[in-house]
Design a protein around this ligand. Structure first.
Ligand code: CUA
Length: 171
């Protein structure tokens, strides 16, 4: 097969390095893809807009409607508001090995949510509803952190996620 780079480069050694660098780039890209698949990492893909200044007037994000709700199929939906400087409600408790959908909206500026040691992480962009579908295999107490700088109180913007063993739920 004729080397396709022959038309742009006459030097054998240089063409060899063109190939090596291309192969390395694709190998690294492929490795990232494999890692993402193996660790169940995927980009948040929900695009749904909301008026962040009127969250409290919406049905879903009104204060009384926040928290964990069980759906008909046994999965859970967790509705939360991120606002300077906390997550509301501040403590979330879910059973392990259960499908959980987080729906989070910001009441003010850009926030993030990250639960270390799990695959739950997203930006919370004002004007949009962030959605994460996950399940937590390991019971325990997790920190629920803001990982986007949102102001002077950013350091103290965190809350608690408690994953209880499924059998302890009595359901
Ligand atoms: Cu909210 Cu940083």
């Amino acid at each position: 097969m004729r080397d396709p780079f022959r038309s742009i480069c006459d030097d054998d050694l240089e063409r060899r390095w063109i190939w090596i660098s291309l192969i390395l780039a694709f190998a690294m890209g492929g490795l990232l893809g494999l890692y993402a698949v193996a660790s169940n990492i995927h980009p948040p893909s929900n695009v749904e807009t909301i008026d962040s200044s009127r969250l409290h007037l919406t049905e879903e994000f009104a204060e009384d409607n926040l928290g964990v709700k069980e759906n008909d199929d046994g999965s859970l939906t967790v509705t939360m508001v991120a606002a300077r400087y906390g997550f509301f409600p501040p403590v979330i408790e879910v059973p392990s090995n259960t499908a959980v959908k987080f729906r989070i909206a910001s009441a003010d500026v850009l926030h993030g949510m990250h639960v270390p040691f799990t695959n739950a992480a997203t930006m919370i962009v004002p004007g949009y509803i962030s959605e994460i579908n996950t399940r937590f295999p390991t019971a325990g107490k997790y920190s629920f952190l803001c990982n986007e700088y949102c102001g002077l109180g950013h350091d103290s913007m965190w809350s608690r996620l408690i994953v209880v063993p499924q059998s302890a739920q009595g359901k």
